[in-house]
Design a protein around this ligand. Structure first.
Ligand SMILES: Cc1cc2nc3c(=O)[nH]c(=O)nc-3n(C[C@H](O)[C@H](O)[C@H](O)COP(=O)(O)OP(=O)(O)OC[C@H]3O[C@@H](n4cnc5c(N)ncnc54)[C@H](O)[C@@H]3O)c2cc1C
Ligand SMILES: *[C@@H]1O[C@H](CO)[C@@H](O)[C@H](O)[C@H]1NC(C)=O
Ligand SMILES: *[C@@H]1O[C@H](CO)[C@@H](O)[C@H](O)[C@H]1NC(C)=O
Ligand SMILES: *[C@@H]1O[C@H](CO)[C@@H](O)[C@H](O)[C@H]1NC(C)=O
Length: 612
């Protein structure tokens, strides 16, 4: 009796101590990383790989059936699926390093952008958008670690609209209609959402859940949406248009990057080798046979060549994939010739860059969020709930059709981000806003109590492009978003602003005295005039971190880079598998569609080699 009592007392004490050690560890980690992010200097080139690139020797690294470039969302899924076949050998090459406990905290996502986990890109100076940014350059965060952008993103899970994929099919892509791709969305997921079983998957690697609990403001959003005759929907189910609760790629509150969800389950396999801190500098393509035979890469200051006996698969993301293809001679002939890169295939690589412009509106209300100390927030996080589990603090999502037509595809997405915004200290760096705007914003907003409404333009008409700066893999590529070059895009965003204004006039929001805060810019225009709104949009709207389309999928007619098997037109043994292949825009966020593409690609490859 006595013995039992002491044992349980002893266990109890141990438990308490280990719990407080964990809390202290997180407190230290968060304090340290958030401070570092405010000072961190982003790189302006791939200089860390310079010694390797300039090395005189090239060592042979042997041969693998498949060499995959990039362990991001697509690469992590693809490597996991291909290594299910024991006969395949796979080498997965990733420029960045490992994930850690910090990047897995969803609410602190922004800080990763000011660390070595981000490539550090900015767009070239813009003409029509990002006019309020320093040197008119939009920020272009891109994950540089295992899991890629899924390891630093906002963990919002959305698949887009069924009709988006029917459009891919109509372009001439067999096997990519809505009904064709749905099984691949279901395959990857382990859904904790109470949705329609015909649409949702259970038992997959990737966990989807609601971040909890809701703030009371979420109900204001639901009630206000209902007043505007919007239905309440499960937006990844049958009907997308309406208001909804955000679904998130988290598991028990922690980020589920594709490295955590997939690669962690396959890395131990003896037929899969993963190399981090490794930059692929070139896909080697035989000029006679026009077949990819391997890649060159640098790691730890050394240069290597590795052979791919079956295929090279480029999954370097929508910015780096076109860069690598062009460095390897696959791209627009005139541009490559100017840089003296021998042309292997003349294809529109880097063109058709699609983005989702996003505008934030600040709203003051009488709602005051409860004050919760960091210690308690960490305890909540460790128990799988609370503010730290919410990517970008978003709770409410609306997919809205602002045009009066019957297309049933939303034009605008509204994201409702709930205070307090724990990441307010990074706010100044987030958008690269110039001093004038930052000072004005900081004077106006109170991150502790203001609600942020984000308006996303889902189907822009404008197109940008990625192009090379030089023929060296050390140089960053040029990113020209060219957002809002089409007036129609500005006009649709204005409809989005009007929608938020209507929402604020509903009983549900008037009840808490919600009012739009005026930003002290564009003061030469009459407030609420069309010209004023256009000025706000062109100054403040940013890229939504959703680049895609730069190696678009479609028929071999000069407008597309890969066919519907994702093989590069006119080049053998070379595939592109990532967000670059999207031929047209998606009515939602890009991570789930990218994972779908990788799941489908794995099956295409397995079928080709008669394993399916
Ligand atoms: C800040 C941010 C927030 C976002 N928020 C959301 C969200 O909430 N929900 C959502 O659905 N989507 C979101 N997205 C978009 C989504 O995360 C991306 O579209 C998706 O991860 C793209 O996957 P990918 O495989 O195409 O590229 P990535 O995941 O970017 O993977 C590319 C990988 O290749 C590596 N690589 C590149 N070049 C080389 C090279 N030469 N050699 C070796 N390795 C290389 C990179 O380091 C990276 O790991 C967000 C993106 C960002 C950046
Ligand atoms: C939302 O509407 C319901 C039903 O009318 C009501 O009971 C509830 O109080 C409302 N909540 C808010 C925050 O407006
Ligand atoms: C929008 O569509 C509805 C139903 O088709 C129609 O009754 C209404 O007049 C239209 N409104 C405008 C402004 O075109
Ligand atoms: C409502 O908000 C406005 C603007 O923030 C403020 O001036 C006003 O006093 C508020 N009214 C109430 C009743 O709180």
């Amino acid at each position: 009796m006595n013995f039992l009592l002491t044992t349980s007392l002893y266990l109890f004490t141990v438990n308490l101590i280990s719990c407080s050690i964990t809390t202290q560890y997180y407190q230290h980690l968060i304090n340290q990383r958030t401070k570092e992010a405010l000072r961190y200097k982003l790189p302006t080139s791939n200089n860390e790989f310079k010694l390797g690139v300039e090395s005189e020797n090239t060592e042979e690294y042997g041969e693998f059936d498949f060499v995959i470039v990039g362990a991001g969302s697509a690469g992590s899924v693809l490597a996991t699926r291909l290594s299910e076949i024991d006969d395949f050998t796979i080498l997965l090459l990733e420029a960045g390093g490992e994930e850690d406990d910090f990047n897995q905290i969803p609410a602190l996502w922004l800080y990763n952008q000011f660390s070595e986990k981000n490539w550090g890109y900015y767009s070239i100076p813009q003409k029509h958008s990002c006019l309020g940014m320093n040197n008119r350059q939009c920020v272009v965060p891109r994950g540089k670690l295992l899991g890629g952008s899924s390891s630093i993103n906002g963990v919002m899970y959305s698949r887009g609209n069924c009709k988006d994929y029917d459009k891919w099919y109509q372009i001439g892509n067999r096997g990519w209609s809505c009904k064709d791709v749905l099984p691949y969305f279901k395959k990857s997921e382990n859904s904790q959402i109470s949705g329609d079983e015909n649409y949702r998957g259970k038992g997959g690697f990737w966990n989807i859940e609601y971040p909890l609990p809701d703030s009371p403001l979420y109900q204001n959003f639901v009630n206000g949406s209902l007043e505007l005759k919007q239905p309440i929907v499960e937006y990844n189910g049958k009907n997308q248009i309406g208001a909804s609760h955000l679904q998130s790629n988290i598991k028990h509150g922690r980020r589920q990057s594709l490295a955590t969800a997939f690669l962690d389950n396959s890395r131990h396999r003896s037929n899969l080798k993963v190399l981090t801190k490794t930059l692929v500098t070139k896909v080697v393509i035989d000029p006679q046979s026009k077949k990819a035979t391997g890649v060159e890469f640098v790691t730890r200051n050394k240069k290597f060549h590795v052979r791919a006996t079956k295929e090279v698969i480029v999954s370097a993301g929508a910015v780096n994939t076109p860069q690598l293809l062009m460095l390897s001679g696959v791209g627009p002939k005139d541009e490559l010739s100017k840089l003296e890169i021998p042309v292997v295939a003349d294809l529109p690589v880097g063109k058709n860059l699609i983005e989702h412009p996003i505008l934030g509106l600040m709203v003051r209300s009488d709602y005051t969020p409860p004050k919760i100390g960091l210690n308690e927030l960490i305890q909540q996080y460790l128990n799988g709930f609370g503010a730290l589990t919410k990517g970008a603090n978003v709770e409410g999502v609306g997919y809205i059709q602002t045009k009066n037509d019957s297309s049933e595809v939303p034009t605008i997405e509204i994201l409702v981000s709930i205070p307090p915004h724990i990441d307010s200290s990074i706010f100044q760096r987030q958008f690269n806003y110039n001093k004038n705007i930052i000072d004005g914003l900081l004077d106006t907003i109170d991150p502790q109590r203001d609600i942020f409404f984000y308006i996303v333009l889902l189907h822009q008409k404008s197109r940008g492009r990625i192009f090379l700066n030089s023929g060296s893999p050390i140089d960053f590529p040029n990113i020209d978003f060219n957002m809002l070059s089409e007036q129609e895009d500005v006009d649709t965003l204005i409809e989005g602003v009007k929608y938020v204004q209507k929402l604020l006039k509903t009983h549900a929001f008037r009840k808490i005295n919600a009012t739009l805060l005026e930003v002290p810019i564009c003061t030469n225009f009459k407030i609420s005039s069309k010209e004023y709104m256009e000025c706000l949009i062109r100054n403040l709207a940013n890229s939504g971190s959703h680049p895609c389309g730069t190696a678009a999928m479609g028929p071999n007619n000069g407008n597309f880079v890969v066919g519907d098997t994702l093989e590069v037109h006119g080049v053998g043994n070379l595939r592109v598998v990532d967000a670059s292949i999207f031929p047209s825009s998606i009515s939602g966020h890009l991570n789930a569609p990218t994972v779908m593409v990788a799941e489908k690609a794995a099956d295409l490859i397995k079928k080709e080699h008669k394993y399916l």
